[in-house]
Design a protein around this ligand. Structure first.
Ligand code: BES
Ligand code: MN
Length: 455
């Protein structure tokens, strides 16, 4: 392992240059205009994987290409097989004006690399690829087979990945899935994440008049869809942070005292957190700590709200329609389909007869929970300790990776969630960054993980 360690150290400047190259592709999956950039980005990744020594193929899908890259298989051996998942697509960079430097022109400041996709997720899965490269280039024998599965539609719901995995089930069958697409509290507190929240997305639209109307001539005699929508949305949550959809909490598994104690041990400074977020005060479900609220309790969020005139100055109208994008984060054992039904039923019951309501369902994903005491989890904890030099913790996180549930169903394997993001990495926000320290430690963690998992 010393040879690998030296190799990783010596080649770090090149690894950083390569990550910068990778980050120059504006692989924004939500925006159709970037379709060609996603393909170019995937092709870059294919070339990169081939250069390292992986058997690599690019598979077109109805959406963005999927890449499978495998370590060369030994003829004789029936070795353990691990699947490393990652995604090369990124969130939209807007609003551009809040970036200190352009989102697709990587910039290094101190030990941070700024660019859209740096932490979510290009830097994180590149760390695993670099570790594999170190095994090959130092002639160190890997104790297992590895397959990298890297997709380009994670940020839009991974709709083409599950069918693909089903088709390639034989090749992808593995003992454990490894994914670094989440975070740790700090470099001194590495963590194994054992739970993620699920998600149910929908879009609601209220239509009133057939066209925007003069609010002076007609206002007062017709309903205002924007007003109706606001009144309706306001009924989704009460002042104590409880979601008011009937039966919404029925399937929520209560947090055990043991878990609450564990979560309470994670470092948290309310003043610093409040300041970092720029809010005047925190808000959340009464009776739970902010860490519990963000990771182990369900939420209802308005992600977008649109109606009426949005340009400069004023325009006196009753808008023809109003719409809102909603997502609910779900926790064990809530089911996205059931929650969707409950929410739609509730919204319909609230809709006044003065507007017409349509609701479109968006993506969904079940909450994910794995045993933190499995032998694989123990192996991961040892690899974390070796790489970071500190005792790792177990934690839950609030984000969602819906494909993990499908992978479990199709391949029968659980995932080790070994995040490399830091809390101030600004994922999905302007000035996203990745810590170069986390990058280096992540490579070394990955290299050790394969040893620990096969001990
Ligand atoms: N990397 C995140 C998921 C994540 C974030 C896990 C923080 C743990 C902690 C992932 O790329 C992501 O943002 N997923 C989306 C999923 C959605 C589009 C279906 C999310 O959580 O909003
Ligand atoms: Mn991600």
């Amino acid at each position: 392992m010393q040879a690998i360690r030296n190799y990783l150290r010596k080649n770090e400047p090149r690894f950083i240059r390569e990550l910068c190259e990778y980050l120059r592709f504006p692989s924004v999956s939500a925006q159709p205009k970037h379709r060609a950039d996603l393909v170019a980005c995937a092709q870059w990744l294919v070339r990169h994987c081939q250069r390292i020594g992986l058997q690599t193929r690019l598979y077109p899908t109805p959406g963005n290409p999927i890449i499978i890259a495998r370590t060369p298989r030994l003829q004789s051996a029936n070795r353990p097989h691990f699947l490393v998942y990652g995604h090369y697509d990124v969130q939209p960079p807007e609003p551009f004006e809040l970036w200190k430097s352009p989102p697709f022109e990587p910039r290094i400041e101190g030990r941070s690399l700024y660019a859209r996709g740096a932490t979510d997720n290009k830097g994180q899965h590149l760390a695993h690829l670099n570790a594999a490269e170190a095994y090959f280039k130092t002639g160190t024998e890997l104790p297992c087979d590895l397959t990298f599965l890297i997709e380009g539609e994670e940020e839009v719901g991974s709709s083409n990945l599950a069918p693909f995995v089903r088709q390639h089930r034989a090749e992808l069958r593995c003992d454990t899935i490894v994914i670094s697409d989440n975070s740790i509290p700090s470099l001194k507190l590495p963590a194994l994440t054992y739970a993620l929240r699920g998600i149910a997305a929908m879009e609601i639209k209220l239509r009133g008049p057939a066209r925007d109307l003069h609010s002076g001539i007609y206002g007062g005699a017709v309903d205002n869809p924007a007003m109706s929508l606001c009144q309706l949305l306001a009924k989704l949550r009460d002042s104590r942070g409880r979601i008011t959809v009937p039966a919404f909490y029925d399937d929520v598994a209560p947090l055990s005292e043991f878990e609450r104690k564990q979560l309470a041990r994670l470092p948290f400074n309310e003043t610093a957190f409040t300041k970092f977020l720029g809010v005047p005060q925190l808000f959340g479900e009464r009776g739970y700590t902010p860490i519990e609220q963000r990771t182990a309790r369900p939420t209802c969020e308005i992600n977008g709200l649109t109606s009426g005139y949005q340009g400069e100055g004023s325009k006196t109208i009753v808008p023809a329609w109003a719409s809102a994008k909603l997502t609910f984060r779900l926790v064990p054992n809530q089911k996205p389909e059931k929650i969707r039904k409950l929410v739609i039923q509730y919204l319909r019951s609230l809709c006044p007869p003065t507007v017409r309501m349509t609701i479109e369902s968006g993506h969904g994903g079940a909450p994910y929970l794995v045993s933190p005491t499995s032998p694989q989890a123990q192996a991961a904890l040892r690899a974390l300790k070796t790489a970071f030099g500190y005792e790792p913790v177990l934690m839950r996180e609030g984000g969602s990776i819906p494909i993990l549930t499908d992978l479990k169903k199709i391949l029968g394997a659980d995932a080790l969630m070994l995040g490399l993001a830091l809390p101030d990495d600004n994922a999905h926000s302007p000035n996203e960054k990745f810590s170069l320290e986390a990058f280096a430690k992540g490579m070394w963690m990955s290299a050790n993980l394969w040893q620990e998992l096969t001990k």
